[in-house]
Design a protein around this ligand. Structure first.
Ligand code: ZN
Length: 165
């Protein structure tokens, strides 16, 4: 069976950055399992896999625009230090390099990385950690099957590598 919209794909992959660093990796014991074509992965990632079948090997690169976007300097902001204090905030939270879960004005969750801690402010970077990176994916297709109506309804895979409920 070929990979197309609404198939459940199991695959192993290695994600390498331009400098050769391995950013992410799965193997055949612990494959990445997802429904193709419904926005569970990067659109360009899905597109590069269309038509492949079990046993197919792949090797492709995504530009930063196809990946996690260009670095946006405006997404690096100085916030008042006081918002990081309070009974629910751990003292260790304010450490440079920490990833902190926050919310935008509309209450949508977004992760920020603490870049710098100053006297009264904290500089937080809301860019994706892989912003600006060219992504090199290589790997192998382990299995392809049709998604069930229930999986499509739920928007996620059931069974091995997916949800159990
Ligand atoms: Zn479900």
């Amino acid at each position: 069976m070929q990979i197309q919209q609404n198939t459940v794909v199991s695959l192993s992959y290695t994600l390498k950055l331009q400098n050769g660093e391995i950013a992410d990796q799965t193997d055949s014991e612990n494959p990445f399992v997802f429904i193709h074509g419904i926005g569970q992965t990067l659109e360009a990632f899905d597109n590069n896999l269309t038509g492949l079948e079990t046993g197919s090997k792949f090797n492709f690169s995504l530009s930063a625009e196809e990946g996690y976007g260009k670095f946006n300097p405006e997404a690096v902001v100085k916030l008042d230090k006081s918002i990081f204090s309070g009974p629910h905030v751990s003292e260790n939270l304010l450490t440079e390099g920490n990833m902190v879960p926050m919310q935008d004005q509309n209450g949508n969750p977004m992760d920020g990385i603490i870049r710098e801690i100053e006297e009264t402010t904290v500089t937080v970077d809301f860019n994706h950690p892989l912003a600006d990176e060219i992504l090199h994916f290589s790997g192998e297709i382990i299995n392809v099957r049709q998604a069930t109506a229930e999986e499509l309804d739920h928007g996620h895979v059931h069974g091995p590598g997916g949800h159990h409920h």
